[in-house]
Design a protein around this ligand. Structure first.
Ligand SMILES: [Fe+2]
Ligand SMILES: [Fe+2]
Length: 155
């Protein structure tokens, strides 16, 4: 099996669930949440394979790290602090998780949120999430705010 096939085999387990597919219509960093998740997961897959870590748990954890809908977050008060817990609850409701995968989801916001990643696999996802978020900020959010600014001036 090629790396691409392995990745999409892991991804398809989650994509078969309706609630997970809903992430495609959720805004995230100026784009949609499923695209963000796939970027983080593909990077985590590559890094963990390269470092000879448990790449299956690493990729599965990454694929679930932001598994929350807009409705879920309305219930939580502090988005930054609460969304990893909500993502973990959702993940446990729909899928079987091991300890590494749970740790990845719960501690992916370190150091913004307290709670250090306990496994090398969790550190990989935490790092990949930051890299991808910076990339998305410049690619989508900054572009969006520049466009809004232009719109504001030409109006
Ligand atoms: Fe997150
Ligand atoms: Fe994320």
């Amino acid at each position: 099996m090629s790396n691409k096939q392995i990745y999409y085999k892991l991804y398809s387990e989650f994509y078969n669930v309706n609630k997970y597919r809903e992430l495609k219509s959720m805004a995230h960093h100026g784009n949609n949440r499923l695209d963000h998740i796939n970027r983080v997961s593909k990077l985590s897959f590559k890094i963990s394979k390269m470092l000879k870590l448990d790449y299956v748990s690493c990729t599965r954890g990454a694929l679930l790290h932001d598994f929350f809908t807009t409705d879920d977050i309305k219930r939580g008060k502090n988005f930054l602090k609460e969304h990893p817990k909500i993502a973990l609850n959702n993940s446990k409701e729909y899928f079987e998780l091991n300890e590494i995968e749970e740790d990845i989801i719960l501690n992916h916001m370190y150091p913004i949120v307290k709670g250090k990643p306990n496994y090398a696999e969790s550190k990989v996802v935490c790092f990949s999430d930051k890299i991808v978020s910076v990339y998305e900020f410049f690619r989508y959010q900054l572009k969006l705010s520049v466009n809004l600014l232009i719109l504001f001036f030409i109006k």
